[in-house]
Each structure stands twice: as C-alpha cells, then as structure tokens.
Design a protein around this ligand. Structure first.
Ligand code: S3P
Length: 198
C-alpha cells in the first residue's frame, strides 16, 4: 500500500479549501526533513489540486533514484536534471510542488520560481537539529519517509549543517510566506498555510 490513501484519508474530514483565483501553483521549499512532501500531499488534497514531488519527478524522468544519480553522475549533474524538471513542473496549473532542499541554491531555479506567474513560494522553516533528527528517524524507518528518496547529502552532518546555514537566507528571500513548523504537525502546518494564503 502506498502513502497516497493515508494523505487522502487525513484530509477527508475537512471541507475543500479555496485560494485566491490568481494563484495557480504553490511551491514548498525548506531544508531536508522540513516536511515538504508530507505537507504538500495534504495541502494538495485539501485544495483538490495535483501534487508533485520534484525529487520523485526527477527520478521518473531519469529512470534512476536520487542516490544513484549522485553516486553515478555527481551532484552537478543532479542539479542540471533538477533545473530541467523544475522548468517542466512549473508549466502545470493547480499544482502543489515540493522542491528538493537544494533547488533554491541554484540561481536558474530561483529565477524560474520568481518569474513564473501565479506562483507562491512557501518556506517551511525549523532548526537544523530538529530537521536532522527527523531525517535520521525517516532513514531508520522507511515507512515514515512516505516513500521519499534517501538523502546523500546527510552522510556528513557537519557539511549538512554548513549547507543549512548557507541556505537559510536564500529560502527566506525567495519565499512569499515563511512558516516556523518546529512545533506544528503536518495537519497544523496545512491549516496555518491555508489561513495565510486565503
Ligand atoms: C537535497 C535534498 C533532497 C534531494 C537531494 C539533495 C539537498 O530533497 O533533492 O538529496 O541538496 O538538500 P529533500 O529536501 O526532499 O530531502
């Protein structure tokens, strides 16, 4: 059984949510472990929109897992695939898109996000320690990972924290909405987002 029915049943008791008509895409950013995929699935279910996880999209286009792309072709090649996948994804309407944590580091990706009309970018923020612990829990228990791919860049925790610090201002500058999710469940995060967006 995959994760989709769980996301749908969690959303079922809620009435359908609506956004201002000028919004056609919501993009979730944040570091690894921020909950972009989990929150994105729930948010899309509430809106009756499609959900797309950019890492999963890259994997389906490349026919390789994210760890295999990193191991075989390196991060630089992964970033090229990521930019191409992002450009393609942003052509879709009524879409909630969960980015990989590193996508906003690349200038091309930031320009794509900023210049695509009717697109709102949301930063799911939390302290590094909370995010790292969440990722470790997911790695230990793959069912908690909602079938998300493994994360090659967490192999070296000190390097991961350095990336986190480098990216924080980038996430903040790019986002239309920043939400501190440290003490929120995914359902509470979705409720807070819908309140901010409507
Ligand atoms: C990465 C984050 C991952 C994935 C890849 C690189 C990063 O996505 O794109 O392993 O550079 O932070 P998640 O943020 O969904 O784990």
């Amino acid at each position: 059984m995959n994760a989709q029915p769980a996301a749908q049943s969690a959303a079922e008791p809620h009435p359908a949510a609506a956004l201002p008509a000028h919004l056609h895409r919501l993009v979730l950013t944040g570091f690894m472990g921020a909950g972009k995929t989990t929150v994105g699935r729930l948010l899309a279910a509430r809106l009756g929109w499609d959900f797309l996880d950019l890492d999963a999209y890259i994997e389906s286009r490349a026919g390789l897992s994210v760890p295999s792309i990193f191991a075989t072709h390196g991060e630089r090649h992964f970033r090229q695939l990521e930019s191409a996948a992002l450009a393609s994804a942003l052509g879709r309407n009524r879409l909630v898109l969960a980015l990989g944590g590193g996508a906003p580091e690349v200038l091309t990706n930031r320009l794509l996000l900023e210049q695509t009309p009717a697109t709102s970018t949301i930063f799911l923020d939390a302290p590094f320690s909370a995010l790292f612990d969440r990722c470790m829990m997911q790695a230990l228990n793959p069912t908690l990972a909602q079938a998300g791919p493994l994360r090659p860049l967490l192999a070296d925790p000190a390097a991961a924290e350095a990336r986190f610090l480098l990216r924080q201002p980038i996430y903040r500058r790019l986002a239309h909405i920043t939400l501190d999710t440290a003490s929120l469940t995914p359902d509470q995060t979705v409720a807070a987002l819908l309140a901010r967006l409507s």
